[in-house]
Design a protein around this ligand. Structure first.
Ligand SMILES: NC(=O)c1ccc[n+]([C@@H]2O[C@H](COP(=O)([O-])OP(=O)(O)OC[C@H]3O[C@@H](n4cnc5c(N)ncnc54)[C@H](O)[C@@H]3O)[C@@H](O)[C@H]2O)c1
Length: 335
């Protein structure tokens, strides 16, 4: 699929993005506006999450912004029938917070997803639904690289609830013919991520620490392998997923093809930021219990189905991210 085909496909399409003021949602919004889609962003701007109006400041006159909650059935009933594509990206995204407040995670990631599916079933059954799943659904993998058919062993409430949301989608596809697929999104970094805390999006948080000349804490030996995607590659995966009408009720992994140890990842941050240092410390108990060990994704299914491949190298992605936050720091550092 080339860029022209993506542009032609999305031109004039009506697209709803839940979580559209957050990291993944706002980057997708920019990509769709560039391609001439009519985009609506539904976001609750709950303070602990990554929703930030500045994320869409340069396109705010070309999108409709609805500040409301996916758990509000009446807003879903109004919005969903007006849209051909629903990218469901809103969510509670923190592994640690999901253990601190499991019922909030359930309410947003399970009940919120089910309410959206109900609104589609009753109000817009022909809409295409793309779900932001997560590599966290696999938890501690039995082997790497991890394929979609491998066992899921979530190590936290977040992984369980994201899996449940995905299962709701697959069931609704089978029972009611809803055209939906799930992208099991890899660890992602880049511009427009929240930089307020390190409860999720740890690579972005480490970039902030380095930019402030503060130590980056690496737990244990840091030799666990990680697989990171730059956000523009993830955005393209979402665009291609929306164009994929051949697959129904299917999961697709994202991956980088270039796994790196956590320690080397942090060394790259220090090198590219040009300051900061690494501080190796023992594993805190709450992190050790949810640690997944090595994670490498097999993304050949997505590549073979849509032609998607990650293009941005880690060094390039880190440089782009640092450049963005050097310029717009004031919009992201404050609480
Ligand atoms: N960023 C990653 O590395 C990554 C990896 C795997 C999966 N994901 C998934 O992608 C999704 C987005 O993650 P992100 O990194 O963009 O996080 P984010 O916090 O930047 O974005 C989530 C957005 O959803 C909004 N939101 C949360 N609850 C809501 C509700 N009840 N109603 C309406 N809006 C609500 C938030 O305000 C925020 O803007 C999440 O579902 C997450 O599970 C992200």
């Amino acid at each position: 699929m080339n860029e022209k085909e993506i542009g032609r496909f999305y031109y004039g399409k009506r697209v709803l993005i839940t979580g559209g003021l957050g990291f993944l949602g706002s980057n997708l919004a920019h990509a769709l506006v560039e391609r001439g889609s009519h985009v609506t962003l539904l976001d609750s701007l709950l303070p602990q999450f990554g929703g930030n109006p500045f994320n869409v400041a340069t396109i705010k006159d070309r999108v409709a912004i609805v500040v409301d909650d996916i758990r509000n059935e009446s807003i879903l009933k109004t919005l969903i029938p007006e849209h051909q594509f629903i990218f469901h990206i809103a969510g509670q995204a923190s592994h640690v917070d999901s253990l601190a407040d499991p019922l909030l995670d359930m309410d947003i990631n399970c009940r919120g997803t089910l309410l959206i599916l109900e609104a589609i079933r009753h109000g817009s059954p022909k809409s295409q639904f793309i779900y932001a799943g997560t590599r966290g659904q696999y938890g501690k993998p039995n082997k790497t690289p991890v394929s979609e058919s491998d066992a899921m062993n979530p190590t936290d409430i977040y992984g369980i609830h994201k899996t449940t949301g995905e299962n709701y989608l697959f069931l609704y596809s089978k029972l009611y013919g809803i055209q939906g697929i799930s992208l099991r999104v890899n660890n992602t970094y880049g511009p427009r991520h929240q930089m307020k805390h390190g409860n999720y999006g740890i690579l972005n948080w480490f970039i902030r620490l380095a930019m402030e000349g503060k130590p980056i804490p690496v737990f244990g030996d840091g030799n666990q392998l990680r697989d990171y995607n730059y956000v523009d590659d993830v955005t393209e995966a979402f665009l291609l997923a929306g164009m994929n009408t051949k697959s129904v009720a299917e999961p697709f992994n994202l991956g980088s093809g270039h796994p790196v140890t956590f320690l080397d990842l942090c060394k790259s941050v220090v090198r590219i930021v040009g300051q900061g240092k690494i501080d190796q410390v023992p594993w805190p108990k709450e992190r050790a219990t949810i640690e997944t060990g090595d994670y490498i994704a097999n993304f050949s299914k997505l590549r073979d189905t849509t032609g998607w491949e990650p293009k941005i190298t880690l060094d390039d992605g880190l440089m782009r991210t640092v450049t963005f936050f050097e310029k717009y720091r004031d919009h992201y550092w404050s609480p």
